[in-house]
Design a binder for this molecule. Structure first.
Ligand code: BGC
Length: 469
């Protein structure tokens, strides 16, 4: 037998034996079509609660008004700074939108480090760091004397009553700086800038990354009225009818709602599908009990779910000769990029083994097959859950507009969505199955949410000028 045949034979052998055995334990990670439909229905209910004035205070999916009332109309222009804090990187951008012949967008980006002790220290220190990086960025471009308008992409749940304020409700993901929850992040940033006394900026808009992504994609495709992030964290936004947003006065037109969908399940409504592995990941997270849906979907947590399953399987003697190594005990060893590599179809089993060995996991070929199977089950469930949420959103928009059929585009960003070999396909299929009356196009946002933040800032400036004249 030649090597490939041998491997195929070997794989079948293992499938019949060990994979069947572990299948029993992975069963809890599999979601039937009925369950997915049920999750979609629950999701719709939670959206409804968040939108209602009576239920919003206790709702888990907060459905936060953003005061962004339209997608770009092509008339936006100017010179802007965009700050992007809360995603995989902390970035500062200069975005120039001009109108020579046709509208063009020019961008310069710089990525800055945000060490963990800044994310977990005092809020003052974190915002001083942001102001310092801003100083560096402006110095290099010799623009310290310009009071440029700023769009602040702050990727956390914020309560807004206008475009240029954002009261942080709660930190999520890797952040936990003290003294920021309950405060207006615009005021905190302004204070840090004033303290430096070397430059002045005009913060015009606080923008969630989902909203920035929707705006960036809407610039290319006016049908884009939904934004989705599947990266370190997960969340979505969409254009909702004003008449349905009871938390804001007025019934005319639409407003973008930052759903904060990561908190779906925080009231226990997903408890029947959460597994012991999900609970373990939640218990050891920075925000235990919160963001339960996000913890089943996004890049920061999927690797941890995998690691918990592997520990369990090792204890049961299915893996790594029953030996729990130091590497397996290490939190966060399975980053999104490793999951994506392990699940790649192009990778031969021996290469999976090499990756595991690089991670310090001394594995046999049998181990590699099991690890790959576990990764597949976890990422598939994540994509299906994400699809169930998205199906609920598109179907609600269709009903809002009284349409038999809806054509809509979703602007998407995030490392997991972009890097994983199967996530997007499974998610798209789930949306198709659960919302058959909607034709959904997914558009990748190529340049993050910086451009979108600048476009929102441009509108903000125009509205401000109109108010003053
Ligand atoms: C935050 C959202 C954000 C999402 C994606 C979540 O943890 O709560 O505001 O949009 O991550 O970055």
């Amino acid at each position: 037998m030649i090597a490939a045949q041998l491997l195929a034979y070997y794989f079948t052998e293992l499938k019949d034996d060990q994979v069947k055995k572990i299948d029993k334990y992975l069963y809890s990670m599999r979601l039937s079509d009925e369950t997915l439909l049920d999750i979609m229905t629950r999701f719709r209910q939670e959206m409804q609660n968040g939108l209602s004035r009576d239920f919003n205070p206790t709702a888990t999916v907060k459905m936060l008004p953003t005061f962004v009332r339209s997608i770009p109309d092509g008339s936006e222009k100017g010179d802007f700074i965009a700050l992007d804090l809360g995603g995989s990187y902390f970035r500062i951008l200069r975005v120039k939108v001009s109108h020579e012949k046709r509208q063009t967008v020019q961008m310069e980006t710089e990525i800055y480090d945000t060490p963990e002790d800044y994310m977990h220290g005092s809020g003052t220190r974190l915002f001083d760091h942001v102001a310092e990086c801003l100083g560096d960025f402006m110095e290099k471009r010799e623009i310290k004397d310009k009071k440029l308008p700023v769009g602040f992409t702050f990727s956390f749940p914020c309560r807004q009553s206008k475009l240029d304020e954002g009261y942080l409700i709660t930190w999520t993901k890797r952040f936990k700086a003290s003294g920021v929850e309950g405060a207006d992040v615009v005021q905190l940033l302004n204070k840090a800038i004033r303290k430096r006394g070397e430059f002045d900026l005009d913060i015009v808009a606080v923008v969630n990354d989902t909203v920035g992504t929707m705006m960036t994609c809407a610039y290319e495709d006016p049908n884009c009225e939904i934004g989705l992030i599947v990266g370190t964290g997960s969340n979505a936004c969409y254009m909702e009818e004003m008449r349905n947003i009871e938390m804001v006065e007025g019934d005319q037109g639409r407003m973008c709602v930052n759903m904060e969908w990561g908190a779906f399940g925080d009231n226990g409504c997903l408890d029947d599908i959460r597994t012991i592995y999900d609970k373990a990941v939640d218990d050891f997270s920075l925000n235990s009990g919160k963001q339960r849906y996000e913890k089943m979907i996004s890049g920061m947590y999927l690797g941890e779910i995998v690691r918990n399953i592997l520990i369990d399987f090792t204890k049961r003697g299915f893996l790594f000769r029953g030996q729990i190594s130091e590497a397996l005990k290490t939190r966060s060893i399975f980053e999104t990029k490793f999951l994506s590599q392990i699940e790649s179809d192009r990778l031969a089993l021996l290469q999976v083994r090499t990756i595991l060995q690089q991670l310090g996991l001394d594995s046999t070929c049998d181990d590699s097959i099991i690890v790959k199977t576990v990764c597949g089950a976890v990422s598939r469930r994540a994509a299906q859950l994400c699809g169930a949420g998205m199906a609920a959103v598109v179907d609600k928009i269709r009903e809002n507009r009284g349409l038999e059929h809806l054509d809509i585009t979703v602007g998407v960003d995030g490392t997991l969505y972009k890097l994983h070999p199967h996530f997007s396909k499974v998610m798209h299929q789930t949306v198709k199955d659960l919302a058959p009356k909607c034709d959904v196009t997914f558009l990748l946002s190529e340049d993050g949410s910086g451009k979108g933040a600048a476009l929102i800032t441009a509108v903000g400036c125009r509205l401000r000028d109109a108010e003053h004249n």
